[in-house]
Design a protein around this ligand. Structure first.
Ligand code: GUN
Ligand code: ZN
Length: 435
């Protein structure tokens, strides 16, 4: 028996990357729309008046009359073991890792701790309207098992991997080139492509991997070409100096990954702030993705992501927008977009609301190669959906009094003033996952 259900409200979905403000050809908006959902996937989208009569008698319809119903947010760079690292005071990247992060991540050797935090983490993502993410676990394979098991239980589409780290970290957080390879391989066999779970080979960054380990990561990617690669690149000046010192043969930081076969269209590079021209060229040529993590870059004093430089390159570098919890300071993609706007403002660039909402949904899906599955409200996509209330707080409601039938202005209010309080509901495969 087909499970049929429906969600009704003000539907918004993007069909292309907006060229700029006012690009009404880049999205579809239905002021009273309906999603017909069959077995978790969108079967039809259209005006409620047209689709309601076609629903089988008794079909449950979740009606959100004044709310915006959009695809669930996608967060392409986040650390699941850093929920108790977030908001740690006064350090930049390398000290922050040593002083806070490496301390906290050791606790994930305990499967019970990992399982409890996987529950918290996924609750928090869903409370913020995020339904898909690319997730770093710790070096312990059991942390990835715990995360995937919890995601599978909830039916969410997640990409994750155990961190590979065989250098420059406490003994308790180091694997070896061999064990990192073996454990990752076993996790791929266990989880990659199982339901909605996918694996990302995850060497933490060049600072904490030996050459042998980077080569092992490259071998894993060659052996499993449909897996992802996620790592960090050019976030902080001291980090770049450390990479130079450890890999003097490299032309630059990107070259260290490049020579081990780690660049490509399924490769996600967090930060990409202080790149040389030749690094931008290689990222562009290989279709690699540069992931902009604005709250993290501001919090850690890392620098300003030059989005225009990357997207303006010929060919362009593919970009994505992410939280980077716990270097980042908010689980909310709305807050993340607000900080992205400010980082770009500081460089004389802009981030129109349409572009930001596209980035958080269809754009990030595109960056993850998941278009047609998530990030859009179109037939065939999973019904992973967030319902947003642009009047959620007194300040928002007050500001919205001045907005008259202007979708873009409403979206800008949502991204500038909104956060988890603006998330009225989140659906995964058409079923309510929050509240
Ligand atoms: N570089 C290497 N590891 C990390 C991490 O955990 N967070 C951030 N922001 N940068 C990193
Ligand atoms: Zn990160």
């Amino acid at each position: 028996m087909t499970d049929t259900r429906a969600i009704r409200g003000r539907l918004l979905t993007f069909t292309a990357e907006p060229a700029g403000p006012g690009d009404s050809g880049a999205y579809r908006y239905l002021s009273d729309g309906l999603l017909r959902i069959e077995d978790g996937r969108i079967a039809a989208i259209g005006p409620a008046a047209d689709l309601l009569p076609s629903l089988p008698p008794g079909t449950p319809v979740e009606h959100h009359p004044d709310a915006l119903v959009i695809p669930g947010f996608i967060d392409p760079h986040i650390h699941f073991p850093q929920t108790q690292v977030i908001a740690s005071y006064g350090a930049q990247l390398l000290d922050w890792l040593e002083k806070y992060t490496f301390v906290e991540e050791q606790k994930y050797a305990d499967p019970a701790h990992a399982a409890a935090n996987a529950r918290f983490f996924l609750d928090e993502l869903l409370r913020n309207g995020t339904t898909t993410a690319a997730v770093y676990c710790t070096v312990h394979p059991q942390s990835a098992d715990a995360f995937f098991a919890e995601s599978e239980r909830r039916g969410t589409a997640m990409i994750a991997g155990k961190v590979m780290m065989d250098h420059g970290a406490p003994d308790a957080l180091r694997d070896t080139a061999r064990s990192g390879y073996d454990d990752s391989k076993a996790l791929i066999a266990r989880w990659h492509g199982r339901g909605r779970q996918r694996y990302a080979v995850t060497p933490r960054f060049a600072v904490t991997s030996t050459e042998e380990q980077l080569a092992a990561a490259g071998a894993l990617l060659r052996e499993h070409p449909d897996c992802y690669l996620q790592t960090h690149l050019s976030e902080n000046r001291a980090e770049i100096a450390a990479v130079r010192a450890r890999f003097p043969w490299g032309n630059h930081y990107t070259d260290v990954y490049d020579r081990h076969g780690l660049l490509g269209p399924r490769s996600l590079f967090g930060h990409c702030i202080h790149l040389e021209d030749d690094e931008v060229r290689r990222l562009a040529e290989t279709g690699s993705v540069a992931v902009f993590c604005p709250t993290s870059n501001l919090f850690m004093g890392s620098g300003l992501f030059d989005r225009a430089r990357l997207t303006g390159h010929v060919p362009p570098v593919r970009t994505a927008l992410a939280t980077d919890i716990g270097g980042g300071t908010s689980y909310s993609m709305l807050r993340t977009a607000a900080e992205a706007y400010k980082v770009l403002q500081l460089q004389g660039q802009n981030l129109p609301a349409l572009t930001a909402f596209h980035a958080m949904t269809r754009g990030n899906a595109e960056a993850l190669g998941l278009r047609g599955e998530v990030g859009s409200l179109e037939p065939g996509c999973w019904a992973d959906v967030v319902v947003l209330d642009s009047h959620a707080t007194p300040a928002m409601a007050h500001r919205m009094e001045t907005v008259r039938d202007d979708l873009e202005e409403e979206l800008f209010v949502l991204m500038t003033l909104g956060d988890d309080r603006a998330v009225k509901a989140t659906y995964v495969q058409g079923k309510c996952a929050f509240p």
